[in-house]
Design a binder for this molecule. Structure first.
Ligand SMILES: CC(C)(COP(=O)(O)OP(=O)(O)OC[C@H]1O[C@@H](n2cnc3c(N)ncnc32)[C@H](O)[C@@H]1OP(=O)(O)O)[C@@H](O)C(=O)NCCC(=O)NCCS
Length: 114
């Protein structure tokens, strides 16, 4: 199972992002999902994280978060993300195209840079 960043790192991640959108449950008074985007401010927008709490999944929340982020980044030349193969249809429904990506992962730093 993927290790999540510590909550304090998560706050920093959102603060340091070019754009972020959070989903908030006003009754439970807690954040239940979020999406962030890092950017050069000119050409490129990259979406590293999209997460919804398990008990709130399958209600369209991630779709709404993605739609909002795609609106926010609509004027960039490129809006990219990496995902597992199983999620390709989810992103295709949002109008994104499947591509090829290269990546490096440092799993010892999965909770955040130390
Ligand atoms: C992926 C994730 C953000 C979706 O959140 P969500 O709010 O449930 O998404 P929505 O309700 O808008 O859409 C759900 C649809 O997405 C697709 N989907 C969601 N998770 C999926 C998965 N693991 N595999 C394949 N399809 C999936 C299905 O088509 C699903 O439809 P269904 O509800 O009829 O089953 C959520 O499962 C999550 O936080 N996962 C862990 C983190 C993650 O993998 N993030 C994606 C990074 S690329």
């Amino acid at each position: 199972m993927a290790k999540r960043p510590h909550i304090l790192n998560l706050r920093k991640i959102l603060r340091n992002s070019a754009h972020c959108v959070v989903a908030y449950d006003t009754h439970a008074r807690k954040v239940i999902g979020f999406i962030n985007c890092i950017s050069d401010g000119i050409l490129t927008a990259y979406i590293p994280l999209l997460e919804v709490l398990p008990e709130y999944q399958h209600r369209g929340i991630a779709t709404k978060l993605m739609e909002r982020m795609l609106e926010i980044t609509t004027r960039y030349y490129m809006t990219d993300l990496n995902c597992d193969a199983a999620l390709v249809p989810f992103y295709e429904k949002l109008g994104m195209k499947k591509g090829t990506a290269m990546m490096r992962r440092n799993y010892s730093q999965q909770s955040g840079q130390t």
